[in-house]
Ligand binder design. Structure first.
Ligand code: FMN
Length: 263
């Protein structure tokens, strides 16, 4: 049976997961959410098995995933809908938010899986190099083997969630309030004196939130908080407050830049 996977990815983890899963399932189309939401009319699925792969941001879901769900046509008839939330150990209530949003489009999330990947949140980055990340990639690959079998069987699985306190405090309270100011959370981004005006940040932002003015990036307050700009800046010149200077920058090593910025 054909499967369609829609994904959003900042630093490549979710793209890597989407691609791996597509290989394991076979006969699968992988579509960036950034291009799917450009449809003027309601989004119609081209297969009866559909998946959404996205990163957990601030214990919730990226705004662009919410926008995508709002655009899904209510006339879709599908057999099986699944989601994978890539995260760095705190999935919290993210997949439950997703299931609720989907319900409002008359869609039932049959399975919601958490897959742990390296951290893209530079502020809490503890790594110093790629060297320690290998076991995490091996574990996620194994996890995807299990998940792909469940998806092939179209198993109805319990939606994965973090502990109750994480769901109440982190998702229910913090994510809920932060979601009102989410696009403006780019105010603390800036460049330091290492910026060489190469313009890569403008080119790679998935939602065109960065424009170069007088050779320096300006953030336009429609930010998805994907942290692609800060992680991929070749000079490591982009900073968030004074909390990121000298910290390790991360991009999934198994995806290339062209794939990541494909619309
Ligand atoms: C702004 C931001 C917030 C994040 N919040 C969480 C979180 O609440 N819980 C968690 O486990 N990981 C969190 N992460 C880590 C990402 O979910 C994780 O690294 C993910 O795999 C990144 O996927 P991507 O490369 O496809 O963007 C956050 C990352 C960013 C940039």
């Amino acid at each position: 049976m054909k499967t369609t996977i829609y994904y959003f990815s900042g630093t490549g983890n979710s793209l890597k997961v989407a691609k791996n899963l597509a290989e394991k399932l076979g006969h699968t189309e992988v579509i960036p959410i950034t291009s799917a939401i450009k449809e003027n009319s309601g989004i119609l699925f081209s297969s009866e098995r559909v998946g959404i792969v996205y990163p957990v941001y601030i214990w919730g879901i990226p705004q662009i995933v919410s926008k995508f769900i709002k655009k899904i046509s209510k006339t879709n008839k599908i057999n099986y809908l699944f989601a994978i939330a890539t995260n760095h150990t705190q999935v919290a209530g993210s997949l439950m938010i997703l299931a609720n949003r989907l319900r409002s489009r008359r869609l039932k999330l049959s399975a919601g899986f958490s897959v742990i990947m390296p951290n893209s949140y530079t502020l809490s980055q503890k790594e110093h190099s790629m060297d320690n990340l290998k076991p995490l990639f091996t574990a996620s690959e194994k996890r995807l083997d299990e998940i792909s079998l469940l998806i092939k069987d179209e198993n109805e699985c319990e939606i994965e969630r973090g502990p109750l306190n994480q769901r109440i405090i982190n998702t229910g309270l913090i994510n809920h309030f932060v979601s009102f100011i989410f696009p403006w959370l780019d105010i603390p981004f800036s460049t330091d004196n290492k910026c060489i005006s190469c313009g890569l940040c403008e080119k790679i932002c998935p939602v065109q939130n960065i424009k170069l003015r007088k050779g320096k990036p300006v953030w336009l307050h429609k930010c998805e908080q994907c942290f692609r700009c800060i992680n991929l800046c070749p000079q490591q010149s982009i900073q968030y407050l004074n909390k990121t200077s000298g910290k390790f920058r991360y991009k999934n090593p198994y995806v290339n830049l062209d794939d990541l910025i494909k619309k």
